[in-house]
Design a protein around this ligand. Structure first.
Ligand code: FAD
Length: 403
């Protein structure tokens, strides 16, 4: 039976829970808020399916295939603005729904007041919005794989999108290809501990006096695509009561300093060029290298096509999105998150100890204070953005600092 003694060996995809024939596995959050399988040994029949299905313990071999690469930008300005990159996912999803299919993705759990991200299905275009902006949180799969299998066996067309480990978990769970399944993964830097997000929400409430009912990552409305930020909203308001950039916000600073990720993300087994999914999606911040028309600070998605099915669906999205082919080797060149795991911050264990003993406010202010350096960087970024030289300054600074 599956027993996780080394946490770097579990990505939390829940394939084991889904496959268990006697339902003796449940996913339980540890003190860092990351889910791991827990087996009821009294019920377990020792069939070993849980270990065999695990994409970490029984990994899929990387097999070279013909690939194509594209840049995609959604034609609907509203959808493009809401999407974190170019809205390719929404275009794919819309085309599947128009054909009567269902779309599985991750977003804040509908019908739950808590800001937890889960994997769920939608079958109307209007509900696709729930999948945009819930980045940098690990989504809980629950029994999604079982429901997906039922739909596939009923001949429903299904689009599933997840992190690479979730997608491989589903592939292992299904055990065979389905013509009516389109699989998409998003390039994933890492997923952070959900307990750190809970602490951050505590800090946010203490700082602003308001309780966030929605938190959106990479909201483009104020500073465009290139300036990574986070916004918090109350009730149904479309105006954020809090908005901060990557240099100031404690949650983004924690995430981008690799101090709070799920342990297996530091040794991610799913970083590779050739994948078993049909399409891989990720950002294209350096869009100017590839396209003049899409270089408008509104966002562009890079898409790597791994299969004929993937190539066909990219043709189908042309009513919804601008699609430009680019050279594969150039598209993946120096894309660190596609190939390399996040490098664990040496202070991670001290930070996690503090997480367990400090309230959210103290934790965030101790580790990520709004000091003079942060204030200066914030001012610099905003001035550069206002004068339209943000990208140029960022490019030269990165060169200067050798990043
Ligand atoms: C945890 C995470 C880390 C990422 N890291 C990087 C990175 O380092 N570099 C990079 O270039 N791109 C990264 N991405 C991908 C990128 O942010 C966009 O999701 C991708 O480019 C598709 O953008 P879009 O505009 O087409 O769709 P969007 O509308 O922006 O995103 C929708 C898609 O994101 C999925 N999604 C939303 N929240 C989650 C979640 N918490 N877990 C899993 N899936 C989710 C939805 O299911 C849907 O497929 C990351 C995404 C996630 C979720």
């Amino acid at each position: 039976m599956i027993q996780i003694t080394d946490k770097t060996l579990c990505c939390g995809c829940a394939a084991c829970m889904n496959i268990c024939p006697v339902n003796c596995i449940s996913m339980k959050a540890d003190e860092e808020g990351c889910e791991y399988p827990s087996v009821d040994v009294c019920v377990c029949i020792g069939c070993g399916k849980c270990e065999r299905v695990c994409p970490v313990l029984s990994p899929l071999a990387e097999e070279a295939c013909d690939q194509e690469a594209f840049l995609v930008q959604n034609k609907d300005e509203r959808v493009l603005l809401q999407s974190t990159s170019g809205g390719a996912f929404s275009a794919l999803a819309e085309s599947i729904i128009e054909e009567g299919g269902v779309v599985w993705g991750s977003g804040y759990a509908p019908d739950s007041p808590a800001l937890v991200v889960t994997c769920f299905a939608v079958d109307t275009v209007g509900k696709l919005q729930s999948f945009r902006n819930s980045k940098y949180l690990q989504s809980s799969i629950g029994y999604a794989f079982r429901k997906i299998e039922e739909q596939l066996r009923d001949s429903t067309k299904v689009l599933f999108s997840g992190t690479p480990c979730q997608a491989e978990g589903l592939i292992r769970y299904l055990g065979r290809p389905f013509d009516n399944l389109i699989l998409v993964d998003v390039v994933c830097r890492a997923v952070p501990s959900n307990a750190v997000f809970a602490s951050y929400l505590e800090w946010l409430e203490a700082k602003t006096g308001k309780k966030a009912t929605q938190v959106r990552f990479r909201d483009k409305r104020r500073y465009g695509y290139h300036y990574s930020n986070i916004c918090a909203f109350e009730h149904d308001s479309e105006e954020p009561f809090y908005s901060a950039g990557v240099e100031s916000d404690p949650y983004l600073r924690a995430f981008f300093s690799n101090i709070c990720d799920r342990p297996c993300c530091y040794e991610c087994r799913f970083k590779k060029r050739y994948r078993r999914v049909d399409l891989t999606l990720w950002d294209c911040f350096d869009v100017g290298r590839f396209s003049k028309t899409m270089n408008n600070n509104k966002g562009a998605t890079r898409v790597l096509v791994h299969s004929e099915k993937g190539a066909l669906i990219l043709k189908d999205i042309q009513p919804y999105a601008h699609v430009e082919q680019i050279e594969v080797d150039r598209a993946i060149d120096r894309v660190n998150e596609l190939f390399n795991s996040a490098r664990k911050n040496p202070k991670r264990s001290i930070f996690m100890e503090d997480l367990l003993r400090m309230d959210g406010c103290t934790l965030m202010e101790t580790w990520f204070p709004d000091n003079l350096r942060v204030k200066a960087e914030r001012l610099g970024r905003r001035v550069a953005e206002r004068f339209g030289v943000y990208d140029t300054v960022k490019f030269f600074l990165k060169k200067l600092l050798g990043k």
